[in-house]
Design a protein around this ligand. Structure first.
Ligand SMILES: C[S@@+](CC[C@H](N)C(=O)[O-])C[C@H]1O[C@@H](n2cnc3c(N)ncnc32)[C@H](O)[C@@H]1O
Length: 313
C-alpha cells in the first residue's frame, strides 16, 4: 500500500471514530435525566460547555474537512471533463480523417498504434473476455454512441448481443492470412463493430448477418458515417442468409445447439463449392471443433476465450 492510500484509510478511520465518539457523548447527555431537572444547574452548565466546545467543535472540524473534500471533488470533476473534452475532439478529428481520407489497411493500423499501446502476444494469454483501452479507442471512432433498443425477442437458442473485444478482431486479421479477394462474414453481427473493423484493417469486402433490425440499421449508419466501402449489413436470420460469396466466416457465439448445427450444415454445403475458413470465439468453439469437415488451423485447448481458426477439408 502506498503512503497516500494509507493516509486516506487513516483519515477515513479517524473521521469514523470521531463520529462514533460524538454519537456516544450526545447519547449519554440525552439519557442523563438529572441534567433536565431544574435544580442541577451546575451539571447543566458543564454539559452545555461540553456540547459547545467539544461536541460542536468536533463537528465543525469534520464539516471543514467535508468542505475541503467537496472542493477536491469539484477539482477532480473539472480536470476529468477537460481530459474527456480532448478525447471528444480527438475522435471527431479521427472520424473526419477516416471519412475523407479513407484510411484502411496499414494506414488504419498505424493510426491506432499512434494512440494505443497494445501487444497481441501478451493479450493472447488472457483467458476471459474483457475490454481494454483498445476497445475504448475503437468505440470512440464510432460515429454513433448510443445503443439502440432491441425490437425483436430472441429465440431460445439465439445469444444476446455482446461485443467481441477489439484485440480479438486485430488478432483475427493478423492470423487469418486474409487476401484481397476474401469476403468476410460475421454471423450475428450485432452493432457491426467486427465487420467495420475488419474492413478498416484490411479493406476487403465484409458482410454482417443480423437478426435484430435495429442493430443492423445502427451498424449501417456507423459504416456510412465513416464512409466505408464494400460493407453490407443484412437483416436476416442466419439460417436463411445467402453465403455464396463468403470465404471467411466469423462467429462470436451468435447461437447454440441445433440452430448452430443447422447453420454449420449450410456452411458445410458451401465448403463443397470452395475452400472456406471458419473463425470462432466463445463457447460455440466447442461445437464447431466437433465438425469432421473442418481442420484446425490454430491449436485448440478448450479455452473458449481464445480465437480458433478452422478451414474446410
Ligand atoms: C454475441 S453477439 C455477437 C455480436 C458481434 N458479432 C460482435 O462480436 O460484436 C450475438 C449476435 O447474434 C445475433 N443473433 C442471434 N441469433 C441470430 C440468428 N439466428 N441470425 C442472425 N443473428 C443472430 C444477436 O442478435 C446478437 O447481436
Amino acid at each position: 500500500m502506498t503512503k497516500k492510500e494509507s493516509d486516506i484509510i487513516n483519515c477515513d478511520f479517524q473521521a469514523e471514530t470521531a463520529i462514533f465518539e460524538i454519537q456516544s457523548y450526545l447519547g449519554a447527555i440525552e439519557k442523563n435525566s438529572s441534567l433536565f431537572e431544574e435544580k442541577n444547574f451546575d451539571k447543566r452548565i458543564e454539559a452545555i460547555d461540553f456540547i459547545e466546545f467539544q461536541v460542536i467543535g468536533q463537528i465543525e472540524d469534520l464539516l471543514r474537512k467535508t468542505d475541503q473534500l467537496i472542493l477536491l471533488k469539484y477539482r477532480a470533476e473539472k480536470v476529468k471533463s477537460e481530459l474527456e473534452e480532448i478525447d471528444i475532439n480527438l475522435f471527431k478529428t479521427l472520424q473526419a480523417n477516416i471519412r475523407t481520407k479513407g484510411y484502411t489497411g496499414k494506414e488504419f493500423q498505424n493510426l491506432v498504434n499512434e494512440y494505443v499501446d497494445f501487444n497481441l502476444d501478451y493479450k493472447e494469454h488472457q483467458d476471459e473476455t474483457g475490454y481494454d483501452n483498445l476497445d475504448v479507442f475503437i468505440n470512440g471512432l464510432s460515429p454513433l454512441q448510443t445503443m439502440p433498443e432491441q425490437t425483436k425477442d430472441l429465440e431460445p437458442e439465439m445469444v444476446f448481443y455482446q461485443k467481441t473485444p477489439a484485440r480479438i478482431v486485430f488478432e483475427l486479421v493478423e492470423k487469418a492470412h486474409i487476401v484481397k479477394e476474401d469476403v468476410f462474414f460475421d454471423l450475428g453481427s450485432g452493432l457491426g463493430q467486427v465487420v467495420n473493423l475488419v474492413n478498416l484493417l484490411t479493406g476487403i469486402t465484409v458482410k454482417g448477418i443480423e437478426f435484430e433490425p435495429a442493430f443492423c440499421d445502427y451498424a449501417r449508419d456507423c459504416a456510412a458515417g465513416l464512409n466505408l466501402h464494400n460493407v453490407t449489413f443484412i437483416n436476416v436470420d442466419a439460417r436463411k442468409a445467402d453465403y455464396s460469396e463468403g470465404t471467411i466466416f466469423f462467429m462470436f457465439t451468435p447461437f447454440k445447439g441445433e440452430m448452430l448445427q443447422e447453420v454449420l450444415e449450410i456452411l458445410r454445403k458451401e465448403s463443397l463449392l470452395r475452400k472456406i475458413k471458419i473463425i470462432t470465439y466463445g463457447p460455440c468453439t466447442a461445437q464447431v471443433a466437433l465438425q469432421r469437415w473442418l481442420d484446425f488451423e490454430t491449436p485448440y485447448d478448450n479455452n473458449m476465450y481464445k480465437l480458433v481458426m478452422f478451414s474446410s477439408l
